[in-house]
Design a protein around this ligand. Structure first.
Ligand code: 2P0
Length: 354
């Protein structure tokens, strides 16, 4: 029938975020509640982002999702949790032009089609799940006229993937671990917006675009279960670093920012090594990039570049300004020529970092 032929769609784009104080370890696996606060920087939307289109139509017979053009099962608990939380908050939607009226009750029966694209390698430690779940929750919230603010949406995105909650905001973002058992206070807050420290330039050196061997989810579970160092990190080290990092960001204090960012990346990889059996995310090329940056920073009056590595070998390099970023790229191209047999194969430069 004519009434059943309509389709209503919403498209959204969400950048990924890179943690400068890392999230690693959960206290609740199903609600995704972390053992420490974390702080990240959200990239410019023109680089490393997810584009998601969500559609609803009475002609759809089940919820379905395609990732990079390939259908994926929505049976996983994380997708179901996000869909359930968003559906329960849906409001009436009216599109007079198309003659569509969807009531709160209709949303319980209507099915969704979701198409999502990443413009960067999935699961290569470039935080694809962060952008993906943030974009999914945000676009569904728009489609279903959900009235919640970004903080409340961040608590839903968190149930898809922990780091996703930080991609609901631009600029520098803090994920507050929260105290509540139900997770209502485990949300993201914006520390400063994307204009606050816009001299920074972020460059990502893709050391390998292969899928990582240990997923973050199982890696952090093994760390919490077996590493004697992780408790010290979560209870003693991170709380102090969070306060210092917030100050450094507020004051645009680059030397302190570099010191905290590099130390925290190194401690994250140290707890991975302290896991039994040990988890190796970085490779020789990653280690050579660290040495190269450390040497450069020490040869100058003040540090020029921060490095940070996530659950993979790719380097995220944060330069103090555009001039330094150009010098950094020059050094990288000299030491790691992409055509040589070194396994560093490309660079992604964030023009305006955040
Ligand atoms: C982070 N990472 O803070 C840390 C640093 C990787 C290293 O968040 O199980 O994909 O979905 O909550 O968010 C990667 O872990 O893990 C991550 P789940 P997630 O960005």
């Amino acid at each position: 029938t004519k009434k059943e032929s309509w389709v209503l769609t919403v498209m959204a784009q969400t950048p990924t975020n890179i943690a400068v104080i890392k999230y690693w370890g959960k206290r609740d696996e199903s609600l995704i509640l972390p053992i420490n606060d974390s702080i990240s920087v959200t990239l410019d939307p023109s680089h490393l982002c997810t584009t998601t289109t969500v559609a609803v139509s009475p002609s759809f017979t089940s919820d379905r999702m395609w990732l990079n053009g390939k259908e994926i099962p929505l049976s996983g608990g994380r997708y179901q949790n996000c869909l359930r939380e968003i559906r329960s908050r849906a409001s009436d939607v009216e599109d007079a032009e198309k003659g569509i009226k969807i009531t709160k009750k209709d949303w319980e029966k209507l099915h969704l089609h979701i198409a999502s694209y990443n413009n960067f390698p999935t699961a290569a430690g470039l935080a694809s799940s962060a952008a993906g779940f943030a974009c999914l929750v945000f676009s569904l919230a728009k489609l279903m006229n959900v009235k919640e603010d970004n903080g409340q949406l961040s608590a839903i995105a968190r149930q898809g993937s922990g780091s996703a909650c930080r991609s609901l905001y631009g600029g520098f973002v803090k994920w507050i671990m929260g105290k509540d058992d139900k997770g209502s206070d485990s949300i993201a807050v914006q520390l400063v917006d994307e204009n606050h420290w816009d001299e920074l330039v972020i460059l990502i050196a893709v050391v390998s675009s292969r899928q990582k061997e240990t997923s973050s989810t199982s890696g952090m579970r093994e760390t919490v279960d077996t590493s004697p160092l992780i408790q010290h990190r979560a209870a003693e080290v991170v709380p102090k670093r969070i306060l210092q990092m917030e100050e450094a960001i507020k004051n645009r204090d680059f030397p302190t920012f570099v010191q905290l960012t590099c130390s925290d990346s190194n401690q994250f990889h140290a707890v991975c090594l302290d896991t039994s059996p040990p988890i190796f995310y970085m490779n020789d090329t990653s280690h050579r990039i660290i040495s190269c940056v450390e040497k450069w920073n020490r040869s100058e009056e003040t540090p020029q570049v921060a490095y940070t590595f996530d659950a993979g070998p790719n380097a995220v390099l944060i330069a103090r300004n555009r001039k330094t970023a150009a010098l950094l790229l020059q050094r990288l191209l000299f030491h790691f020529p992409p055509q040589s047999d070194a396994d560093l194969n490309s660079y992604v430069v964030g023009d305006k970092s955040i």
